[in-house]
Design a protein around this ligand. Structure first.
Ligand SMILES: [Zn+2]
Length: 172
């Protein structure tokens, strides 16, 4: 589905310090909204900018700004969760480099050099990564205090316990 607006040549984009900006409607992010509550026709603003340093390392910085409608797992109300992405990708030349020091949390994210890098896919991936595993209000707007404490306890015990899963496997 990616139109030309989303395709870029990583070499020229970084070499010429280009910037690209756009808006993306929620409904286009099919993978990101899959399984979520109905969205509100909101739009995500995004920008990508390229750079190259004196040692010829190339970078693409991707920013996305918007919100996603999620259902709070505590009070079951829908709420707008801010989605803010600011990620710097290093452009690498080989697949091997992509996987290098994968476990290093300090390492930058990487993308493979390409004449047709698909920004759309990158934006969608980053939006998905920005969503919480268990959506919850910081504090639910309409929940009596006593109930919210109780619910909190339920949520704690509902967390998947790896040993419990093992136990089940052994029994079957
Ligand atoms: Zn809530």
């Amino acid at each position: 589905m990616s139109t030309e607006q989303y395709l870029l040549d990583t070499f020229t984009f970084t070499q010429q310090h280009e910037t690209r900006t756009g808006q993306l409607a929620e409904e286009k992010l099919a993978r990101a909204i899959e399984g979520l509550v109905p969205q509100r026709g909101q739009v995500f603003n995004w920008s990508a900018s390229g750079s190259v340093d004196t040692t010829e390392r190339r970078f693409i910085r991707l920013k996305v700004d918007g919100f996603m409608v999620l259902q709070c797992q505590r009070c079951l109300q829908d709420y707008e969760y801010p989605v803010v992405v600011d990620t710097i990708f290093e452009v690498v030349e080989t697949e091997d480099e992509l996987d290098e020091d994968e476990d290093d949390v300090e390492a930058l994210d990487r993308v493979l050099a390409s004449r047709n890098l698909d920004l759309f896919g990158l934006i969608e991936d980053e939006v998905i990564l920005a969503l919480p595993y268990i959506p919850r209000h910081d504090s639910c707007p309409s929940l009596p205090k006593a109930l919210s404490v109780e619910d909190e306890l339920v949520l704690e015990t509902e967390k998947p316990n790896p040993f419990a899963v093992l136990g089940k496997l052994k029994k079957s």
